[in-house]
Design a binder for this molecule. Structure first.
Ligand code: KG4
Length: 339
């Protein structure tokens, strides 16, 4: 019998629904919220209200595109956390109500686990390029920077993580002080392609083990910029490509340095990257260079599966469904949780 999972994601500012049949993606719909651009960051209350407006049409559209009616669903998988509480509550409440009304199981998904398992989304039956266990996954987003040892779908071990800001957060803040708007990542990426990555140097952290730190880079960038602006008030406009390229290079160097150490320490050369920052061209290039130089077998997600999406929640739900790992209706959303 077919397993058809509806995945729902609403942890931050994307309302998303996806339908998977036996682990193969049938549809994926994402409604992003442009309302936050004017504020230079996600405004939680506005995000929550936009989710309320979007959730029903997004789910309706996902089912329609999949050619599946709700009575055919086997289970509803939803992001339970971590994320913004007001945003999570919309998806969690909808998913629970929908599953209860249909009399089918509900499956709670850890958003971070979803990002890692995005590598197992199949777009067709013969789409079989997936990492083998155990593999390492660099999870880099606006809220996380972690190196994870993935032993199985449901067994993940955090080997190192940021002790302060996440990589995406640092990029977004630096982009904000340059006046480039929110989210900064895609803009920095675009500008960096035309700039000199060696034009400027910013401070790099000396954290022990496999942990990251990005707050020092943020401060170093801010103070350097302040000094340069004293001499030339239009410094950013004159040098934005070089600034972006140098910032991107610093972030990528910091990320890859610890990842190389993790590969050396574990002996695992099956290496994946996930999360919003994995869309970055410089980071993707660095992965390809490491594959060529050190013989890593690398896994880079398609762009659509880097930022928040329900397909990754659906595939995680698919694996949990096979284990009959369901949740009860009284399980609350959680804003903070690790893997
Ligand atoms: O995973 P995600 O959609 O949301 C969470 O934080 O959970 O990641 C968003 C982050 C933002 O910081 C955004 O600026 C960054 O991913 N990002 C990028 C790029 N695209 C998105 N950073 C660098 N280069 C990009 N192309």
């Amino acid at each position: 019998m077919d397993t058809i999972i509806l995945g729902i994601e609403s942890s931050c500012d994307d309302t998303s629904a996806a339908v998977l049949k036996n682990g193969v993606l049938l549809s994926s719909v994402i409604a992003s919220q442009a309302v936050h651009e004017a504020y230079g960051g996600v405004v939680p209350e506005l995000a929550s209200r936009a989710h309320q407006q979007n959730i029903v049409p997004v789910v309706h559209e996902a089912l329609k595109r999949a050619g599946v009616c709700k009575e055919q669903l086997s289970a509803v998988a939803f992001t339970r956390g971590p994320g913004l509480m007001g945003s999570l509550l919309v998806g969690v409440s909808f998913a629970k109500g929908f599953a209860r009304a249909l009399g089918i199981p509900m499956i709670d998904v850890n958003h971070l686990q979803g990002h890692v398992l995005a590598h197992f989304i199949k777009e067709s039956e013969d789409d079989n390029r997936q990492p083998r266990f155990p593999f390492l996954c660099l999870l880099v987003s606006g809220g996380n920077s972690q190196i994870i040892r993935v032993n199985a779908y449901n067994r993940m071990e955090v080997l190192g993580q940021t002790i302060d800001d996440a990589a995406g957060e640092a990029i977004d803040k630096c982009s904000k002080v340059m006046g480039l708007g929110y989210p900064g990542g895609p803009v920095i990426d675009r500008l960096a392609r035309q700039g000199n990555p060696l034009a400027y140097t910013f401070s790099k952290p000396h954290t022990p083990g496999l942990d990251y730190s990005f707050s020092g880079l943020k401060t170093s960038f801010l103070y350097s910029l302040r000094d340069w602006l004293k001499d030339d008030p239009d410094f950013v406009a004159h040098h934005q490509e070089d600034l972006a390229a140098s910032l991107e290079k610093t972030v990528v160097d910091i990320l890859m340095d610890k990842l190389r150490k993790a590969v050396k320490a574990t002996g695992i050369r099956e290496v994946a990257v996930a999360g919003g920052v994995s869309a970055n061209t410089g980071l993707r290039n660095a992965f390809h260079e490491h594959a060529a130089k050190y013989g890593w077998n690398i896994f880079i997600p398609k762009f659509g599966y880097t930022t928040d999406n329900a397909a990754m929640i659906g595939i995680t739900g698919h694996f949990k469904y096979q284990d009959k790992d369901f949740c009860t209706i009284d399980q609350p959303a959680y804003s903070r949780v690790s893997l």
